[in-house]
Design a protein around this ligand. Structure first.
Ligand SMILES: [Zn+2]
Length: 460
């Protein structure tokens, strides 16, 4: 009899390990924060577990890894989704985000972390403001996270007017803040928190700031995280200022390397993709944001080039199941090929693929002995999942994030019966609600067309 801390049983176990099929009647054995076994159920009496979680009506899989997100950005939920989304980003979100206090970011990040946990996300790669606020919440609630402070030297809201005036003092202050955050938080919360240098985008930092940021990342031994070839304005600015694509520009400035996570690549040219491939940089693909913006990245080309790729949620819609379905459907629609991406591939891209993209592929992302115990259990006792035959299609095409029942991160149960165990989401949402009237008024003042009811200029 082998003594273990936790035994997680499954009606269907998805190891997401290459060459290992779905295991009916499987189990995962955990000692401390590590997996010691993942496979078919052993005979009764094999394990002596401190705690056993029943597998009846449950699918168990690796926790989802979110390769690019802005957890606290939910203050702008619904504000940039419909018509005039671009104008809303520049006229509403960019001016308003400067006025949100650290305490408010902490509150927004707490609700955002609850959302991530409940969706089965076990690791986030976040770039935003007030990284300390998010880090404190992550430490408390049990998530695993890579966090970066957002660094830029322009006025983001001025880019809409093509105003690229550089504010060196602002860029330096933001980089210093990012560096100090790395020095303070790298490896915190028993190693659950790691850090990156978060240069915002190729056009929002000048070449000198990019090179300084790269040098600091090298000195600190951490990676970088940036948006890349995301907007027409960015691509146009880099082309007319430097005569090349944004990824060629970052390569030529010595920035790109295997420790850089590039979000989006929506407008990447062949030259840009070649630059990414030759430098070994990784790609975070966020399936739910692109159809909303009417343009989808060349995911099939990026995958065929062998660029390390994983899925992320970007902002507002943090539902991995929705993301996997969107990626499959978008690729099939664009290529007119119903076999263009399989459910197995999509599942891998949101787990082991994303883990590799953010440099944690040897630690998380699949269920195998030696890896850290980051796994989730999905409740299959739901009408929309019946009858459940167990193949990846059954999960990827039909499950919802609200079906996630249990989440274990670093060997600790952080979600039970669909509720976070170490985070008071009811209190956090109640505190958040106190700020909504003021945010609503501010959104209206900035000309938001996506506010209804009190505070709305047309509704009174
Ligand atoms: Zn983003």
């Amino acid at each position: 009899m082998q003594a273990i801390d936790l035994l997680v049983r499954a009606e269907f176990l998805y190891p997401v390990t290459e060459g290992v099929p779905v295991v009916p009647d499987g189990e995962v054995a955990i000692v401390s924060n590590r997996i010691v076994y993942a496979g078919p159920r052993k005979p009764d009496g094999h394990w002596h577990a401190v705690r056993t979680i029943s597998g009846a009506g449950r699918a168990v899989l690796p926790g989802f890894v979110n390769a690019h997100c802005h957890t606290a950005s939910i203050v702008f939920r619904s504000q940039t989704d419909d018509h005039a989304a671009k104008a809303a980003l520049f006229n509403v979100a960019f001016p308003m985000e400067k006025d949100i206090s650290d305490a408010q970011w902490q509150l927004l990040g707490t609700v955002g972390c609850a959302e991530m946990l409940r969706a089965g996300i076990t690791t986030i790669n976040d770039i935003w403001y007030s990284p300390e606020s998010l880090a404190r919440t992550v430490a408390d609630c049990g998530l695993r996270a890579q966090i970066a402070n957002k660094v830029f030297d322009v006025r983001l809201e001025a880019l809409f007017r093509d105003d690229y005036t550089r504010h060196r003092d602002v860029g330096q202050a933001r980089l210093r803040h990012g560096v100090e955050f790395v020095e303070r938080w790298q490896g915190a919360a028993d190693g659950r928190i790691t850090t990156r240098i978060g240069t915002h985008a190729p056009d929002t930092c000048d070449a000198g700031l990019w090179r300084e940021a790269r040098a600091e990342a090298n000195r600190l031994g951490v990676g970088m995280h940036t948006h890349a070839a995301q907007s027409a304005g960015e691509v146009d600015y880099i082309l007319r200022t430097h005569g090349c694509g944004p990824m060629e520009y970052l390569r030529d400035n010595g920035v790109l390397a295997p420790d850089v996570v590039l979000a989006h690549l929506t407008l990447a040219t062949d030259g840009d993709l070649a630059a990414v491939r030759e430098t070994g940089a990784a790609y975070a693909h966020c399936p739910t944001i692109y159809p909303r913006r009417g343009r989808y990245p060349r995911l099939e080309d990026i995958l065929s080039l062998g660029i390390p790729t994983g899925f992320g949620t970007d902002w507002m819609l943090n539902d991995p199941f929705e993301g996997m379905r969107m990626a499959i459907q978008a690729m099939r629609l664009r290529l007119g090929d119903p076999g263009a991406m399989t459910c197995e591939q999509a599942l891998a891209l949101h787990t082991i693929g994303a883990a590799r993209a953010i440099g944690l592929g040897d630690q998380i992302g699949s269920l195998e002995p030696g890896k850290k115990a980051d796994l989730i259990s999905v409740n299959l006792d739901r009408p929309h999942l019946q009858p459940f035959y167990g193949a990846p299609q059954a999960l990827v095409f039909y499950a919802k994030s609200s079906d996630v029942d249990t989440s274990i991160i670093d060997g600790q149960i952080v979600l039970e019966a669909g509720q976070p165990t170490r985070l008071d989401q009811v209190r956090a949402m109640a505190n958040l609600a106190l700020h909504i009237p003021a945010w609503r008024t501010r959104l209206s003042e900035l000309g938001s067309t996506a506010v209804a009811g009190p505070g709305c200029p047309c509704c009174g």
